[in-house]
Write a protein that binds this ligand. Sequence first.
Ligand code: SF4
Ligand code: SF4
Length: 483
Amino acid sequence: MDVRAQLVMVFNLDKCIGCHACSISCKNIWTDRRGAEYMWWNNVESKPGVGYPKGWEDQGTYKGGWVAGGNRLRLRALGKVPTLLNLFFQPNLPKLTDYYEPFDFDYGNLYGAGDADDQPVAGAFSQISGRKIESIQGGPNWDDDLSGSRLYAANDVNLEDRGIVEDYGRMFLQYLPRICNHCLHPACVASCPSRAIYKRGEDGIVLVDQNVCKGWRFCTTACPYKKVYFNWDSGKAEKCIFCFPRTETGQCNACAHSCVGRIRYVGVLLYDTERVEQALLEPDDRLVEAHRAVILDPRDPAVREAARKNGVSAQWLDAAVNSPAYALVKEFGLALPLHPEFRTFPMAYYIPSLSPVLSVEGESHELMEHGLFPEVDSMRAPLSYLASLLSGGNRDVVAAALARLIALRVFTRAKNLDQPVPGGVLERAGLDEAAAVRLYRLLTIGGYGERNVIPAQQREEQDPHVRKGAGGFGILKKAGRRK
Ligand code: SF4
Ligand code: SF4
């Protein structure tokens, strides 16, 4: 057992209101500068939709992530020969139009225009070339709230039944906030010929060393989430840094701090690096269980001892015990990895959304008799859709998480209305009353300190052994790509 610690973010999709406060706070702090205008390290997408960059989930086009076969993992796009051939040209990169041409407005014209018959306007201009843009063709949230559209929703690769787009009675909308997942098996790290990208041993954050990056852009191709960006001004790759200057001092990330819906949780997970690679060889529909098996119980004395031997501090172990991420991912089995079939072992997890509770009004079934809650297979957002997004196609895993959320709502509703709790509701969802009360608090009224349990760290005082140990992936280990 080789125990390491990782900082993780969990998103509760039911609570995201699509306000983009997270994206704006991130942009103001990290990418408000030349060459980074088009970058949104944190972005929020409307689903169903094609996202940002357009169609990022379609690995048939972008060739990101890992492929399992013959008891080994290989990068989808890269091998020795393609790597050499692609050194100066990456054929599978998103184009600028797949992101959007960044623009600003000529506000000066509002003040400086001379006398005229018409009101002056602040025309748009390109932040790259400076040219005037007559008609804006795209933006960072161009398909915002357009989940019913044939242009965007219909092209979502997760939709099994595209006919839903034509039927507004069945259509659904939810938001998907995304950051770099700071994966345990990061394709970006493995693909970099310059070894500029690395995974920090002490907290698992994946960073690009700007002094080493040569701008080959293999990382952008390899990341299946398209969360490494190319700065056209500096010629280097850039990506989300998980706000490490904040987390090192025990503060939560800017996106989480500014989140209006309070949907984000930040905490520590302990994992066994020796099990990561094997877990990723499982079939798609068994990957969520495999993920969970790699995550270790921070209260287990053997785990704690192994972690201490690897230099994980007592403070980090305490944080792991109180981690909201551990509760939501492992204990309650609610939070699921985004597209686990990309096999990067993402360290951002999502609690699937329950859809509008009245979506099947009029139908009769057991849970509705106890309230107004539909059963999981009659939810407005189809199970197949959520399973494609969050469980490698395994509907049972998503259904179990949704059933638990419904049971919690039935229980809480009964308590609030001073009514008896319907018999067996909690038990069937694998909860007891104490667990339900705890989970309710965590998902709803939990304060900052409950949602964010982030141990501060003194890098200069840290055991150098810790810094060298991140990840659990043979391919990176052999290549010495761990710092
Ligand atoms: S999401 Fe994973 S593969 Fe993509 S940049 Fe982040 S760590 Fe790398
Ligand atoms: S700030 Fe929170 S609620 Fe608003 S879009 Fe971002 S994740 Fe969603």
